[in-house]
Structure formats: C-alpha cells, structure tokens
Design a protein around this ligand. Structure first.
Ligand SMILES: [Zn+2]
Length: 433
C-alpha cells in the first residue's frame, strides 16, 4: 500500500489529551498544568490510534454485533458506494498546479506541490483529468477494498494487546476493528454499568435524517447532577464524517481512560471532579451505518449524511460544511454530488442542528470536534483574542512534539474553513475549539 493511502487511512486523529491539558489550564492557570500536561503527553491518544495500525501481535477479533431497536433501519437496502482511487500526479511547474486546481476536483485535504503527488479521489473524477490531458498513474484502483484487506490482515495480529495506550475497556469492534454504531452504544452502556458514579446513561440529544438517535453522555463526579454552576463544561464529538471512525475510537478510548484511572490518578481525578465532560461519539449515525452496510469489514468511504437531495440523484450533505460560519465559502461545494456539498442552506441538516442546539445549551468554553485523515491540529482564527492564541501555541509546543502534526489556524493550514463546526462554535458561542 502506498504511503499516502496508508496515511490517509491511518486515522491520525487529533490528540484529545491536549484538550485535557487545556481544561486544566483554563481553570488553574498556574498551579497544575506543566507536570500534568507532560504526563498526558506520554499517554497521547494519537500514539494509541497510530499503534492500532502500526504494531503487531496475536489474537482474535470481536464479532458480536448487538441488536438495538434502531438496527431495524440498518436492514434497508444499501446502494453500493462509488469507487475511490489513489493516483500519482507529477507536476513540473506551479503553472501546472494552477491549471490542475482549476479542475475543481472532489477531494479532501490535498495540497499539490511540484514533483510527485499522491491523491485519493472518486474514480468518477478521473474523466476530468483525461479531458484536461493531465497525466496520472493509478496506484490503488479501489481504496475501500484496499483498506478492508489491510484491516483483515492487520487486525488478525490484534494490535490492541501491544498498545500501552489502550485502556482495559477498549476492544476492537467488528467493522474492520472499529465499533459499529450499535457497538458504540454497547460501549456507552458498559461504561455506565462499570462506572455508574462517573458517567450518565446515554441520553438523546436529537435525531438524524433517517431517524436514528444521536446520543450523548456526560462524565463527571456526580454525573446525574447538574453541576454547571461550579464545574465548567467541556464538549467532545466525533464522526461528523462517517468515513473517519478513528475519531470515534479515540474518543471512546479516552473515555475509558478517564473512567479507569479516576480513582488512581489524581490528575484525572481532578479533571473529572472539576469538569462536566460531554461527549457525542457519533454525530452522523446514518452515514456511519451506510458504511457498515456497504463495507461491513471496514473501509467504507461515505463521508456525508444520507439526505435525499431534491432534484438530484446524489445523496448527502457534508455536515462539517453546513454550519453558519462563512457558509458557502471555499472548501465547500454547491454540487450535491460532491463529498463537500454544503447543503441547501445553513443548518439545513438535522444532525448539524442537533449539535448546534446541544452545544449552545451547554455553552462549553472548550470543545474538541474530532476528524481524521489530515494529520492536523486545527484551531480557529483566534479573532476573539490573543490569550486564546497563546494558550493554543503553548499547548501545541507541549503536546505535538511526539506526533509532529501540523497545527494552527484551520483556514490558513487547509486554505478553507467554511461552514465548519469548529469555526461556528468559536464565532457563535465563543468556544475555544
Ligand atoms: Zn472529517
């Protein structure tokens, strides 16, 4: 498998523990962060998720798939997914790159440079390259199949057993090692059973386009009490983009880490005692279930939700382009067939509305919305104040030295940040996200 595809699928998830550093610092600016943060760095989840794909061992896979009432939805007929390819492009000049960018191809996080470039995109986009007489070489002719093959080979070695970042509670799921939607719910229920005094039962914060429940939980001491007058809220979510399951896996492992070490690690005790930590592990259950139906062994490449777009045969809206901040700007598309289709209007989608309403209701000063495939730690534009930039900058220095992620203002790093959850939370709610 080519290095680029490996990286694309390797789920280089943003490091949630960095946020823990941030939580501690925000309330206790001088007392407790340096030592704690350094310690958390050693447990960085990015290493955990990386180790899922880079270590080897022996073991077996879990294959039990629990049944929930909502699973009935899963037995609807699933249309097969479009095929993605990985290609190699060779640019000889900046002029060639400029011509290439004008083709407006449908891809995610690609920053071409002079020389050889690898790119993952829908196979249907290749005709644009042919028409424009851009030479390319196909490296992987079916990305989903390649991921699935890799999953089978890799997971047979049970990497979890070799990872010192994995928690006791964390197990491999049945979908190429990742939990299905139903298995995520099973994990949440298991957490409540094992740690009833540290986590709430899962509660509904709304419903997806196809009618699945979007679940949240809260981790805190006295979880079933409202302690918002004395404990600052914190917000995490995952799986806006349904083809990024490591974002969810990272969040689940992080939750187990808090729960399992609460009693023994005073740093975690402090955090859980002094924060209300809200988590939404599956923002886009419809897209995620669709991937399970079409690619039960993992590798499903569906990114958007499953909205039926009126007047179009193409399905889905990119939820992370549907928020009301610079909606319609660069990096999003008005084409319903694009993976970055922004939707017919701001907050047109039930899922983005649910997250809007929930985050507005808890009004967390700190939030972390997780994605994969880029290897970035993205911040807002820091227009709300230099203090926030200073916090981010110091955290980046502290927390990124192990994984070498690129960090900073999302709009600068990616060249776009329109309609995203992160920027909306920062601008609308004042949440440092
Ligand atoms: Zn994403």
């Amino acid at each position: 498998m080519s290095p680029h595809l490996k990286n694309f699928t390797q789920m280089s998830t943003y490091n949630i523990f960095n946020v823990v550093c941030l939580l501690v610092r925000t309330k206790q600016p001088s007392a407790c962060y340096t030592l704690w943060e350094k310690a958390y760095l050693m447990f960085g989840l990015f290493l955990f998720t990386g180790s899922l794909w880079s270590q080897s061992g022996n073991g077996v896979l879990s294959s039990a798939v629990p049944k929930y009432p909502q699973d009935a939805l899963a037995f609807q007929e699933a249309e097969p997914q479009q095929r993605y390819v990985e290609i190699e492009l060779d640019f000889l000049s900046m002029g060639q790159i400029e011509d290439f960018l004008k083709l407006d191809l449908d891809y995610d996080h690609f920053h071409p440079s002079v020389g050889k470039n690898n790119l993952v995109l829908p196979a249907s986009e290749l005709k644009k390259l042919l028409n424009a007489r851009v030479a390319y070489r196909i490296l992987v002719d079916d990305v989903a199949a390649a991921i699935s093959r890799r999953n089978v080979e890799y997971l047979a070695k049970n990497p979890i057993l070799k990872s010192d970042r994995a928690t006791s509670g964390f197990e491999l799921g049945s979908m190429g090692g990742f939990y299905t939607y139903a298995e995520v719910l099973q994990q949440l229920d298991e957490m409540k059973t094992l740690y009833p005094n540290l986590i709430t039962s899962r509660f509904s914060i709304g419903t997806s386009y196809e009618g699945r429940t979007i679940w949240a939980v809260k981790i805190s001491d006295n979880p079933d009490s409202n302690e918002s007058s004395t404990e600052a809220p914190v917000y995490f979510d995952a799986l806006h983009h349904s083809r990024e399951p490591a974002s969810m896996a990272t969040v689940i492992n992080f939750m187990f880490h808090l729960l399992e070490n609460y009693a023994s690690d005073p740093r975690i005790g402090y955090i859980v005692n002094n924060r209300e930590i809200f988590i939404v592990p599956v923002v886009n259950p419809d897209g995620y279930e669709y991937n399970r139906q079409t690619n039960p062994n993992g590798g499903g490449m569906w990114r958007k939700n499953r909205r039926i777009n009126s007047g179009s045969s193409c399905i889905g809206v990119d939820l992370n382009r549907n928020y009301n901040t610079d909606w319609g700007g660069a990096g999003s598309s008005s084409n319903t067939c694009s993976d970055s289709y922004r939707g017919a209007s701001v907050f047109s989608e039930p899922e983005s509305k649910v997250i809007r309403d929930f985050t507005s209701s808890i009004n967390a000063p700190i939030a972390y919305t997780t994605h994969t495939s880029g290897g970035y730690w993205l911040g807002p534009d820091f227009s709300n104040g230099q203090t926030e930039f200073a916090i981010h900058a110091e955290l980046n220095n502290d927390c990124m030295y192990e994984n070498e992620y690129i960090y900073g203002d999302a709009a600068i790093l990616l060249g776009y940040a329109s309609g995203t959850t992160q920027n909306w939370m920062y601008e609308a709610l004042g949440t440092l996200s």
